[in-house]
Design a protein around this ligand. Sequence first.
Ligand code: NAD
Ligand code: IPM
Ligand code: MN
Length: 377
Amino acid sequence: AEIRKLLVLPGDHIGPEIIAEALKILAVLEEELPNFKVQISYGLIGGASLDKTGSAITDEVLETAVASDAVLLGSVGGPEWAHVPGALSPEKGILHLRQRLDAFANIRPCRFYASSLLNQSPLKPEIAAGVDFVLVRENCGGAYFGTKTEFEDEARTEVERCARVSAALARTFGRGKNTDDKSPAIVWNADKANVLASGRFWRTVTHDIFEREFPDIELHDQLADSMAMVMVKAPTKFNGVIHTDNTFGDILSDISGGIVGSLGVLPSASVCGVPGSEKPVKGIYEAVHGSAPDISGTGQANPIAQILSLAMLLRYSFSMPRQADLLEDAVRKTLEVREHGGLGIRTKDLGGSASTQDVGDAVAFQFRTLLRSADIK
Ligand code: NAD
Ligand code: IPM
Ligand code: MN
């Protein structure tokens, strides 16, 4: 059997706590699938690395990442490193990793993974029901990395390759996963073309590439500030794919957490190519949320975002879409209330009282059961 190489970087605060639960899922796969072989290396990132090595990520870890098929990443940072100069901060570890791997498209889905989770939204149920979009955030450029001397050609490539990921996702995703709407695939482009030169550039390049390569996809523009408002007032408007730059993508994907009521359920994948093409893509799989220092060590951290990130890893980097679907089913069953046939096992952020480990154990158990009944070898 093909041996997959995985680098696991637990990070800081709740990072290691939720990574431990995701690793239970990998153990189930190894136990249940005789042909599934994964070689796991571990490394330091963020504050943990800074304290030990003086740098938020070492060259050695970066080179291990380059040699791996995927990276499973916990979250980094915390108040103990607040005094560290910006260039050395724990968060820089993530930026260096994204840049070294050229993980240029950050895919951040937003939906209710179990129907009864709608009750957790601070929005009125009729507003939030059915929300189902995938935000694609440019991940290696923009204000995060850019300098004013950047060549325009290079920046053009940055926008183009990200647009190709947005388009590919739109083609498979249509207007949401849970809809029968067969209208053309739709992409919402969010920028500030009204004010920023970079925004006008982003918009021009995006329109050029969609016209040339994806004429079948409906492309709409929405100013990023206005998108933030509509995301709260009428989030289903954006069902489909949102295509946006690094900074706006960061902010808008935290609004996704507001829509579903917790950041604890939102996964993400930073990929180095167009997912769904014949070849698996390399990627970094991490929650949208941070290291939650306010709850670390209490057993309250929700491991679902990290586990769903692992589902994305199986789908995009390990070419295991059926197992990814079953893992999402296991998450649904674990979180769903009993009245709807679920177990109702949830952490505090979702109104429950289960611990991080309770949730991880329940998902792992459900996943094992589903794998066996689907008879996947
Ligand atoms: P945060 O996302 O860590 O936390 C925001 C709020 O959401 C907190 O109240 C937290 O308890 C809650 N929360 C987050 N994840 C949760 C989970 N899995 N289960 C339950 N509740 C959860 O944002 P912050 O507090 O502003 O940032 C803390 C640190 O994390 C900072 O150093 C920041 O730079 C860093 N950060 C890291 C990443 C990453 O590593 N990918 C992402 C964002 C922020
Ligand atoms: C995220 C985080 C990171 C970002 C930080 C920790 C570097 O907020 O993944 O959303 O700003 O990209
Ligand atoms: Mn963020």
